[in-house]
Design a protein around this ligand. Structure first.
Ligand code: CP
Ligand code: NVA
Length: 296
């Protein structure tokens, strides 16, 4: 990975070149295989703002910061009250005085970029309503592990054309994936969508996400109606090759976008996928906070 990521923000998958993304996955694999990352964050703190709930993202980042010798400081909506108690820019300027970088889960991409502008230290996107780039980096590692290849992988995303889907589309551009997106009418991203049966016929990965994302709770009933035919269940799986793997970013709303039978079934790799959040973020933090090489 060399010097490529040092000090940089990571706000979107498209912030990375193809080589940088593949290098990051390679480092993540090596870390998973036992490579010692050292303690580049020793005696440093990293702030983490979570304006939306989280299990995987928060815990995997906290554990990864700690693994690198650093001290993670998590701040939640009720205490930071960003944009009301204090402006977005002031939150960033203040944090910059105390910590070496920020991991931020904020609904608005604009606020995320506002924080990045206000801070000299790097900012990492831990999910906005527009994208979830750390999730997709980890998912790329999972696809590579499961299929033995990433470039050209045939991935069928079935569900809501939302943040996770958007970041998949960016990854498809950066890496070169055969991504098929299948959504109900009215929920498609600005991207040509595919027809379900033909997308599934030779797919290697079936990927889904919740029908009702965080912040959309009042649309829940409408969405349950609109997404019904897109549930990843046994009959949908039967349209794909038996070797196809099932992935989900989690949390799952079991019985909505995916059935228990599929989520807990032999084709599901969702828990291995979740574990990869840690390894990829460890690699990302290592790249961003790598110590500068000693002057010759
Ligand atoms: N997949 C994911 O980002 O999970 P959390 O919302 O629990 O962090
Ligand atoms: N689309 C989901 C992803 C959760 C990781 C959400 O935004 O709630």
């Amino acid at each position: 990975m060399g010097e490529a990521l040092r000090g940089r923000d990571f706000l979107a998958v498209s912030d990375l070149s193809r080589e940088e993304l593949l290098d990051l996955l390679e480092i993540a694999s090596q870390l998973k295989g036992g490579l010692d990352p050292g303690t580049p964050l020793a005696r440093n703190s990293v702030a983490m703002i979570f304006l939306r709930p989280s299990n995987r993202t928060r815990v995997s980042f906290e554990a990864a910061v700690h693994r690198l010798g650093g001290h993670p400081i998590a701040l939640f909506d009720r205490e930071i009250d960003m944009g009301r108690r204090e402006s977005v820019a002031d939150v960033g300027r203040i944090l910059d005085r105390f910590v070496v970088g920020l991991v931020a889960r904020v609904p608005s991409d604009r606020d995320l970029r506002g924080l990045a502008q206000a801070m000299q230290g790097p900012v990492i996107n831990a999910m906005t309503d527009r994208g979830h780039p750390c999730q997709i980096l980890a998912d790329c590692l999972t696809v590579q592990e499961q299929l033995g290849h990433l470039e050209g992988a045939r991935i069928t995303f079935v569900g809501d054309g939302n943040n996770v889907c958007n970041s998949w589309m960016e990854a498809a551009e950066v890496v070169g994936l055969d991504l098929r997106v299948v959504t109900p009418p009215g929920y498609s991203p600005p991207f040509p969508t595919s027809e379900l049966d033909s997308a599934l016929a030779d797919t290697e990965i079936i990927y889904t996400d919740v029908w009702t994302s965080m912040g959309q709770e009042e649309q829940h009933e409408d969405r349950r109606q609109d997404f019904g035919p897109y549930q990843v269940n046994q009959s949908l799986l039967a349209k794909a090759p038996q070797s196809a793997k099932v992935m989900h970013c989690l949390p799952a709303h079991r019985g909505e976008e995916i059935t228990d039978e599929v989520l807990d079934g032999p084709q599901s790799v969702v828990f291995a996928q979740a574990e990869n959040r840690f390894w990829v973020q460890l690699a990302l933090l290592l790249g961003i906070f790598a110590p500068a090489a000693a002057a010759p």
